[in-house]
Ligand binder design. Structure first.
Ligand code: PEP
Ligand code: CO
Length: 446
C-alpha cells in the first residue's frame, strides 16, 4: 500500500482541489526555480515551534493562530501587515494576562494564498468561469484570462511571502512588541470601543509588572521586547509546497521550508489522498482541520499515517464543528483520540463551521455563534478531562465589516460598508480584541 516517500510521491495519489496547468513546461520551470531559491523559514525555527506546540498540549502555553482567510497580493503592503501583527500581539497580550502563560503566536500569513473551493466554477448571469482559488493559483477578476491557472503566480506568491516575512521579522526584532512603544499598543482607532478601558488596564498592568521586575533586577525585561511570530498556511497547492521541501544539513528528514506550520484542510484530508501522502514525509508540526464529517476511523487513520511515532508537538487537531454541532460531533472524536493516548494539541477554529449567507447573498458569520462554539469547546474539553490549548481565527487588523455582532453591534445592513475579504468573512480589529478578552476570561476562570 504505502509507497516510498519523496517530496513528489504525492503525485502518485489522487489529489483534490488541484488545477490543471496548460503549460507543463512552464510549471516545471517554476517549481525548479522556487526549489533553487532560499527557504522562507528554517528547520530550527520549525523545531522550536514543535516544542512550543508540545508545551501547549501539556497545558504550559496557549496557541493563538490567526490571520486572513486568503491573503492577497495587493495587501502585501506595510500597513495591512503591521495591522495584522499588531492585532495578533494585542490579542496575545490579553491572553498572557488572562492565562498567566506564554502565548505562541502563529499567523495565517506569508503564504496563505491558495484556497479550496466547494464549487469548481462560478456563474454570474449567463457566464460560467473557473472559481477563484487564491492569488497563488489564478486571479479573482471575472474573465477567462484571469481565472486561468498560471504557474508564474506561484513564484509571485513565494516572493510576496518572502517580503511579508522579511517585514514581520524586522518589526518583531526591532522592538515592535516593546510595551514602551505606545504606538504599537494603543487602540486609538478603536476608541469608543466598549472594551477600550479594559484593554488599557491590561496593558498598564503588564507594563507595571515588567517595570517592577527590571527595577529590582536592574535588567531590562526582554520578554516582550523580542517576540516570535510563526507562519502557517493551508498546504493546498502541492507543487508549491513540494518546491520548498528539502533536506537540511545535520538534521534527518525533509522539511517544508515554505512555512513553519502547514495544515491539511477539511476538503483534502482523504487517507489515501495526495495531501496526506505529502504531509506524512515532512518533519514540520502539522495541523489537521476536522469538521462534523470526520469519523473516528478516519481520524485515527490520519494519526497513524501522519504520526506513527506519536511525537509530542507533531499533530494539532483543529476542530471546526459549528456552534450547533460541536456538542455532538466533538466528544466521540475526542474520546477516541484520548483512548489511543496520542499526545495531540487540540485547538478550536470557531469560524469555519459558522459561515452563513444573508438573504442578500453576503457570506458572513455571527460573533455570537463564534463565541458560542468557542465557549462550548472549552467546556467540552474540560468535562472530558482534555484541554483546549489554542484557538484558530480568521481576522484582520483593519476596520472591516464582514462578521455580524460584537460589542459594537454590527448588523446585516453594515456588511456592505467595508466588506473586503475575497473568501471568508474575518473578525475585524475590535471583534478580534473582544474575542481575546472572552477567551482570557474563560481561561482565567479555570
Ligand atoms: C480555511 O481555514 O480557510 C478553510 C478553508 O478551512 P476548512 O478546511 O476548515 O474548511
Ligand atoms: Co476561511
Amino acid at each position: 500500500m504505502s509507497l516510498a516517500w519523496s517530496p513528489s510521491s504525492w503525485q502518485q495519489r489522487p489529489a483534490k482541489q488541484q488545477v490543471a496547468y496548460e503549460d507543463a513546461g512552464s510549471l516545471a520551470k517554476v517549481i525548479d526555480e522556487i526549489g533553487r531559491l532560499p527557504p522562507l523559514v528554517t528547520s530550527w525555527e520549525i523545531e522550536q515551534l514543535r516544542g512550543s506546540i508540545a508545551a501547549a498540549a501539556r497545558g504550559d502555553t496557549f496557541v493563538l493562530q490567526g490571520g486572513d482567510c486568503a491573503e492577497s497580493f495587493d495587501d502585501c503592503r506595510a500597513d495591512p501587515i503591521a495591522a495584522k501583527l499588531k492585532i495578533l500581539m494585542q490579542m496575545s497580550l490579553v491572553l498572557v494576562h488572562g492565562t498567566r502563560k506564554p502565548v505562541v503566536r502563529i499567523g495565517r500569513i506569508a503564504g496563505q494564498y491558495a484556497k479550496p473551493r466547494s464549487a469548481d466554477v462560478e456563474t454570474r448571469g449567463d457566464v460560467t468561469l473557473p472559481a477563484y482559488r487564491g492569488d497563488l493559483i489564478n486571479r479573482d477578476g471575472f474573465t477567462l484570462a484571469e481565472r486561468a491557472p498560471d504557474p508564474v503566480l506561484m513564484l509571485r506568491a513565494y516572493e510576496r511571502a518572502a517580503l511579508t516575512l522579511n517585514f514581520i521579522r524586522a518589526l518583531t526584532d526591532g522592538g515592535f512588541a516593546d510595551l514602551h512603544h505606545p504606538e504599537y499598543w494603543d487602540i486609538s482607532f478603536a476608541k469608543g470601543s466598549p472594551h477600550a478601558d479594559q484593554y488599557e488596564k491590561i496593558v498598564e498592568s503588564i507594563r507595571e509588572s515588567l517595570d517592577f521586575v527590571s527595577a529590582i533586577t536592574g535588567v531590562e525585561n526582554e520578554v516582550l521586547r523580542r517576540v516570535d511570530v510563526y507562519t502557517s498556511h493551508e498546504a493546498l497547492a502541492l507543487p508549491y509546497e513540494q518546491a520548498q521541501t528539502r533536506t537540511v544539513p545535520r538534521r534527518a528528514g525533509h522539511y517544508n521550508l515554505s512555512t513553519h506550520f502547514p495544515w491539511i484542510g477539511m476538503r483534502t484530508a482523504q487517507l489515501d489522498g495526495a495531501h496526506v501522502e505529502f504531509h506524512r514525509g515532512i518533519r514540520n508540526p502539522l495541523g489537521i482541520k476536522i469538521g462534523p464529517a470526520m469519523t473516528i476511523d478516519w481520524l485515527l487513520g490520519l494519526l497513524e499515517v501522519l504520526d506513527p511515532e506519536r511525537e509530542p508537538g507533531r499533530i494539532t487537531l483543529i476542530h471546526r464543528m459549528g456552534a450547533d454541532h460541536v456538542a455532538t460531533a466533538l466528544p466521540p472524536l475526542l474520546q477516541a483520540v484520548q483512548r489511543t493516548g496520542h499526545p495531540v494539541l487540540w485547538i478550536c477554529d470557531p469560524m469555519h463551521g459558522n459561515t452563513e449567507t444573508t438573504p442578500s447573498g453576503i457570506k458572513t458569520r455571527r460573533f455570537d455563534r463564534i463565541s458560542a462554539e468557542l465557549e462550548a469547546s472549552f467546556e467540552l474539553h474540560a468535562q472530558l478531562g482534555s484541554r483546549l490549548g489554542g484557538v484558530h481565527v480568521e481576522l484582520t487588523g483593519e476596520d472591516v465589516t464582514e462578521c455580524i455582532g460584537g460589542a459594537r453591534g454590527l448588523h446585516e445592513g453594515d456588511l456592505e460598508r467595508a466588506y473586503k475579504s475575497r473568501v471568508d468573512p474575518r473578525l475585524n480589529y475590535e471583534q478580534a480584541l473582544e474575542m481575546a478578552m472572552r477567551i482570557a476570561r474563560h481561561l482565567r476562570g479555570r
